[in-house]
Design a protein around this ligand. Structure first.
Ligand code: NI
Length: 180
């Protein structure tokens, strides 16, 4: 396994639309290694998710830490779940505004509205179809990572930049704020 270089905001790869991957490609050891390396890289930088474009690969794959049954018993990779070709549909009209950060936008936090609950269809790393509903923080992570596959960054989703905050100031002034 290897720790990959993470693209930072300004790199065009973060603004490109990633291509879907074919089931057959999941049999390629290079793709499986990429997934393992993405998991290792996400853990190294203490992220909750990491999308392939963030490591300069324009394919529709991300890994995420999910608080859910999906994450249970995943073996040595811990709770990291890889999702391939994800399709996200909001369930209901509920929207939650909460803090987000991004490994491609280091040391910055901002408040972002996201659907409270979503329906997700995706492939797992073996090409099996996953179809589930999820809410809360995990739903937020999945929406953030799916956005990366379409060249969208969390800043694009903020309703206002008034809460755009450096990490140090976040800890100082905002961290004690209760989640909604
Ligand atoms: Ni991100």
């Amino acid at each position: 396994m290897a720790i990959l270089k993470v693209a930072r905001m300004g790199h065009p790869v973060l603004r490109a639309r990633a291509r879907p991957i074919e089931r057959i490609e999941l049999a390629n050891p290079a793709v499986q290694k990429l997934i393992d390396d993405m998991i290792e890289t996400m853990h190294e930088y203490r992220g909750a998710g990491l999308a392939a474009p963030q490591v300069h690969e324009g394919i529709r794959v991300f890994v995420a830490l999910l608080e859910d049954d999906l994450a249970a018993n995943r073996g040595p990779a811990g709770a990291a779940v890889p999702l391939i070709n994800p399709e996200v549909t909001p369930v209901g009209d509920g929207v939650v505004v909460n803090w987000e950060g991004c490994l491609s936008i280091p040391e910055v936090r901002g408040r972002v509205p996201r659907a409270r609950e979503i329906k997700v269809r995706a492939l797992d790393r073996h090409g099996q179809l996953l179809d589930f509903r999820i809410r809360g923080f995990s739903a937020r992570v999945i929406q953030h990572e799916t956005d990366h596959l379409d060249g969208i960054l969390f800043l694009d989703r903020m309703e206002s930049f008034e809460t755009l905050t450096y990490l140090e100031e976040f800890s100082k002034f905002w961290a004690s704020e209760r989640e909604e």
